[in-house]
Design a protein around this ligand. Structure first.
Ligand code: HSE
Length: 438
């Protein structure tokens, strides 16, 4: 197709929930502006959804409840997949690509866990599988990593990439609200996943981190190697101690290239209050990226919600429309941004990382316990940066320790030895600390 012959680009949508519906509405609302940008009309001709009714969309749109009606419709040029999950989403996307259709997906689980297979199908069929909306909602972070920063060797990136988790931590910190109560509100606002444990246990963030790391470092998607820890054990007490020490608690996805390979980890993290990342609140997402030429750049914006996510879905549709109009016989960009991958870069185990730590240790209020803890830490080459010991109206008091950089493997051994002390009355709470200096 060239710009002379193109009257319109035809889109089919599979799944009409928050993101699918938002994408349809955005195309209707901004259609004229988009046509000015692209040079032709982008028309939604078919939608498949179990819940859609004819009153929801324009009468010209063909609706059904079978996504394969969309995928097998010869008129459709681009399929938007917003069903989510794997079944039937995997087969819907695979079939669309095999039929020579371009696909735009918002499905981070699908990309992170089955993306390697699907990108191969896309390549065989010379079509694009685009996935901007799968990471950080409305922030164009895939484009930034794959195109804007393509002259750099990326050293590391760190992101607040789950809006629900950030919303919960923000409300807990600012309004002392209960975890469960804030989660219900996030579900009502359409931020949370169908299964909200994906949000609070870090799985959603791990999907997104897996995708970003693959693009940042030119490695295959390796979700199963991403270390994942959620926020459900974080207490208001930890948030309070972190504040006293000059930090905020954020749930971060961190990917870093080291001499040993690539670290990929999702966990609650103390970050200095003065860092811009620390002030990203509510459903906001932000990704800090360090490239060896540019230094640090920060991408900030809404990470969830209908309009924000639709903004990224439709940007992908526009990119594909432009490529079609230019008459390209295959996609301009490799899916992960690299023609020749770094297959030799191994993912480092969490035990091999080195970072600083916050430890909250519940102890019986007796003389000498702090000395015993210090001695254990010293025995594992872990030095102490700061200590808080609060007198409470109880026999059990928390000792809070910030360490200097230590090897996680040694810290684990030290924690086991500390928990075995007679006067330590419960589990040690450990939160990793990252300063992102330089
Ligand atoms: N449940 C996700 C979040 C939605 O809260 O960030 C956007 O991916």
């Amino acid at each position: 197709m060239n710009s002379e012959s193109a009257k319109s680009i035809k889109v089919g949508i599979c799944g009409f929930g928050t993101v699918g519906g938002g994408s349809y509405n955005l195309l209707q609302a901004n259609g004229e502006e988009i046509t000015r940008r692209v040079g032709c009309v982008i028309d939604v001709v078919r939608i498949a959804s179990r819940s859609i009714t004819s009153g929801d969309v324009d009468s010209t749109v063909n609706i059904s409840n079978d996504p394969f009606d969309v995928v097998n419709d010869p008129e459709v040029d681009i399929v938007i997949e917003t069903i989510g999950g794997f079944d039937p989403a995997f087969e819907v996307v695979r079939q669309a690509l095999a039929n020579g259709k371009h696909v735009v997906t918002a499905n981070k689980a699908l990309v992170a866990e089955r993306g390697n297979e699907l990108f191969a199908v896309a390549q065989e069929n010379a079509v694009t599988l685009a996935f901007e909306s799968s990471v950080a909602g409305g922030i164009p972070i895939i484009k930034a990593l794959r195109e804007g920063l393509s002259a750099n060797k990326i050293d590391w990136l760190a992101g607040i990439i789950n809006g629900t988790g950030n919303f919960i931590l923000t409300e807990m910190a600012e309004k002392q609200r209960q975890f469960a109560d804030v989660l219900i509100e996030a579900q009502q606002l359409g931020y949370a996943e169908a299964d909200p444990t994906f949000d609070v246990e870090g799985i959603d963030a791990a999907h997104k981190l897996t995708i970003m790391a693959a693009i940042a470092f030119g490695i295959p998607l390796q979700f199963d190697k991403t270390y994942t820890e959620g926020i459900s054990r974080i207490t208001p007490q930890d948030i309070g101690f972190a504040k006293q020490l000059g930090y905020r608690v954020k749930h971060l996805g961190i990917a870093r290239r080291t001499d040993n390979g690539v670290e990929m980890r999702v966990h609650p993290t103390l970050i200095p209050r003065k860092r811009l990342l620390a002030s990203v609140d509510g459903v906001g997402n932000a990704v800090l990226v360090h490239g060896n030429a540019v230094g640090s750049t920060l991408y900030n914006g809404p990470g969830a919600g209908a309009d924000a996510t639709a903004s990224s879905v439709i940007a992908d549709v526009i990119d594909i429309a432009r490529q079609k109009l230019a008459g390209l016989s295959k996609p301009l960009l490799p899916a992960l941004g690299y023609l020749s991958m770094h297959d030799d870069l191994e993912v480092v185990s969490i035990e091999e990382i080195e970072t600083e730590y916050y430890l909250r240790i519940p102890v019986n209020d007796v003389v000498g316990v702090l000395a015993k803890i210090s001695s254990i830490l010293q025995g594992f080459d872990i030095s102490i940066d700061a200590v808080i010991q609060k007198e409470l109206d109880s026999m059990t008091v928390p000792i809070v320790i910030l360490t200097h950089k230590a090897l996680e493997k040694k810290l684990n051994l030290a924690i086991a030895a500390i928990e075995a002390l007679e006067d330590v009355s419960g589990e040690v709470m450990r939160i990793r600390v990252e300063t992102f200096a330089g």
